[in-house]
Write a new protein. Sequence first.
Lengths: 326, 155
Amino acid sequence: MQPFEYANPTTVKEAVGLLGNKWDEAAVLAGGTDLISLMKDYVYSPKRLVNIKNIKELGGIRADKAGLRIGAAATIDELAESPLVAKNFPSLAQAARGVTSPQIRNMGTVGGDLCQRPRCWYYRDGQGLLASPGGRSLVTNGENKYHAILGNGGPAKFVSASSLGPALIALGATLTLQSSSGSRKVAADKFFVTPSAEGSREIALLPNELLTEILVPMGGTKNATYEVRQKEALDWPLATASVALKMSGSTVSSARVVLGHVAPMPWAATQADQFLAGKSLTEAVAEDAAKAALSNATPLSQNAYKVQLARVAVKRALMAAAGARG
Amino acid sequence: MKQTITVTINGKAYSHEVEPRLLLIHYLREVLGLTGPHVGCETSICGACTVAVDGRAVKSCTMFAVQADGRQVVTIEGLAADGALHPVQQAFWEQHGLQCGFCTPGMIMTSRQLLERNPSPTEAEIRHGLEGNLCRCTGYQHIVNAVKAAAQAGK
Ligand SMILES: Cc1cc2nc3c(=O)[nH]c(=O)nc-3n(C[C@H](O)[C@H](O)[C@H](O)COP(=O)(O)OP(=O)(O)OC[C@H]3O[C@@H](n4cnc5c(N)ncnc54)[C@H](O)[C@@H]3O)c2cc1C
Ligand code: FES
Ligand code: FES
């Protein structure tokens, strides 16, 4: 690992003053569970790390009139164990509990989960996020069984690694990004982006910004997350679906269905949302909604199996939400 | 630039100047000679390096020593009190919860947290709670038995 300068601020103001205008100048260090592995592999070697775990204002989970406020440095374990979250947002609690292993949930933060870099093995091997040295995609011509089946028409073929992203988008969360010149609020569905050029990132965060808080409105939705994994341990899911339904009686008045781990960003399945509006949720309707969600899938040479897994995730998340307390 | 850190390890306070890039596992093993926590994969997969930081099991191979500054660290060496094995250690011994022993310090540290939070876990909860620890020898059954026995002994 390359040496770096270590900064240990105790306030947000101090922290943002230590960030730079380019990614290699400085990086935020939260739990370090993702950042340190990239640094060990020389995929990323920032000159300064800004530790945010000693900034009190970034911790904790609490509720007020506006909704649930999650500090960016709250751990995934705190989210998974919070009674407040379990009661109002089972989809978020389920996504948090899914993040593999107690050790990672203890150390990893909510902000770190949202900002973690993709796990595409070509990227982790130093071939760039788009894995196209000399303009030739290593993904389309190589091993792509865990890569994207949606939104993969451009050069980005990796999948977004965040388990919390899809749940937060379905729940209509807003993120606060702070820099030394001010703060801005970004809707969770605008935070994730599909990069079209090497060097740009898969999130809207700028190098001089710190993610400080995630606000989840108390929407009164029925919500659930369903994950499909190869095995229980050690890996990211193969496909997930997070759904949030506004109901009037037994009829869906509006729906948000968001898929995880199938596209370079959490994938808003708007066809499913449209299909579900005005319907009463039966198993057959959930199955048709799942088909609609995947209707635009464009699997690569080795990953057509993920289309069916994602359909199952959508159907089961919908059925779980319908059965959940509203 | 080197940083001065103060860490309480197994109840004793230590202060050292360390390079920021020094990993906690290397600090424990190489600076303090605590070779109980093992280096297995160094990529936060296997869990052999698991220690408790402020009471929570973490993988010390993917954490800097500077991140432990001001915190309480417990390693496998810190469990036995006055020569008596910790109940989880005792149960691993009695139930043959180990063969080569490489995974054992990590398994025990994670099992300890598991039982602190859930004193009567089901078999499924034990297996799920140990998902971040790999064992190449036992096939896990004796480890699960050991955690069950430790839970029983704790009653
Ligand atoms: C074995 C294993 C299994 C895993 N399984 C899953 C899984 O199933 N699902 C899943 O979602 N994740 C999974 N993860 C990933 C894990 O959730 C992330 O590594 C963790 O959430 C990152 O949080 P952190 O606090 O450690 O972030 P760090 O490693 O400290 O940071 C990660 C990135 O985010 C940036 N960053 C962090 N916080 C902020 C902030 N507040 N503002 C701006 N930038 C910030 C950092 O600069 C860095 O680029 C797994 C990881 C491992 C090692
Ligand atoms: S050595 Fe740390 S998880 Fe394997
Ligand atoms: S006892 Fe040998 S690795 Fe577990």
